[in-house]
Design a protein around this ligand. Structure first.
Ligand code: ADP
Ligand code: ADP
Length: 226
């Protein structure tokens, strides 16, 4: 099965605005995929639906063959989600945030601690493990979002503008982390409005504009034709 599959996906928000106009997408397992487009194109809406955070209006959205709209635990187990906005408890300690998340996915206490330690070390947050999350810099909070999303070892990772507003040094280290994760078998799909980010990281790309996919191609052939 594809890691992600979307067919005829539409979204009309409550105010009547149609953010997605029946898009089709398929992302193979192991891919590193970018959804590229200008602000307002429908990128967050697409990832929001795949993440189960936004209700679709019509069409189909699947993660590893599991429909995302049927409260399916299968879809959630296979998925890690890094939204744009920080949404953790600012008084909770860094390590506890990651360990608590593991509990939602049925990891036992030992597995949860081990997975949290591994990720906090890999993301250079281990020294901050006893700090409440509000003490972290913006860049550290971004890395904490990624650690939390990966604690249950999902097969697919979705990131919405992972490096927006991040300085170049941190961006490069996040790129390196994501590359390594992808090389070890995790399928990654991210949104970006930086062509450079897609170029550095991704194999395949869909360009979205005004709720429609205008192009779907490999990054290599996109660059060759520019
Ligand atoms: P992108 O991530 O590409 O910037 P979004 O998916 O966030 O785009 O938004 C697509 C369009 O839908 C935009 O025009 C945005 O203003 C609109 N939109 C997003 N969320 C809502 C909402 N809750 N209600 C109404 N319109 C929305
Ligand atoms: P922000 O995005 O909020 O400015 P970053 O994590 O991107 O924070 O940090 C910017 C720079 O400052 C990075 O080079 C980082 O290594 C350094 N930095 C940030 N916080 C700390 C800290 N608590 N201790 C040491 N260096 C820090």
């Amino acid at each position: 099965v594809p890691a992600l599959k979307v067919q005829g996906l539409s979204k009309v928000y409550d105010n009547g605005f149609q953010a997605l106009k029946g898009i089709d997408l398929s992302v193979e397992q192991g891919d590193f995929f970018a959804l590229l487009g200008p602000n307002g194109a429908g990128k967050s809406t697409t990832l929001g639906i795949l993440s189960g955070l936004v209700q679709k209006s019509a069409g189909k959205a699947e993660v590893m063959g599991f429909d995302v709209n049927e409260q399916s635990f299968g879809a959630r187990l296979n998925l890690g989600v890094v939204p744009q906005e920080f949404n953790f408890n600012q008084f909770e300690k860094v390590e506890d945030i990651v360990v608590t998340q593991a509990g939602y996915f049925g990891l036992n206490a030992k597995e949860a601690r081990e997975s949290a330690e591994y990720l906090l070390r890999a993301l250079d947050l281990w020294d901050k493990r006893d700090e409440p999350s509000r003490m972290l810099s913006g860049g550290m909070k971004r890395r904490l979002m990624i650690a939390r999303a990966l604690v249950h070892k999902p097969k697919v990772l979705i990131l919405d503008e992972p490096t927006a507003g991040v300085d170049i040094e941190l961006r490069r280290s996040m790129w390196a982390f994501m590359k390594e994760l992808n090389e070890s078998g995790t399928t990654i799909i991210l949104t970006t409005h930086y062509l450079e980010e897609a170029e550095q990281l991704c194999r395949n790309i869909a360009i979205i504009n005004r709720g429609e996919i205008v192009r779907c191609t490999s990054v290599r052939s996109l660059l060759a034709n520019m």
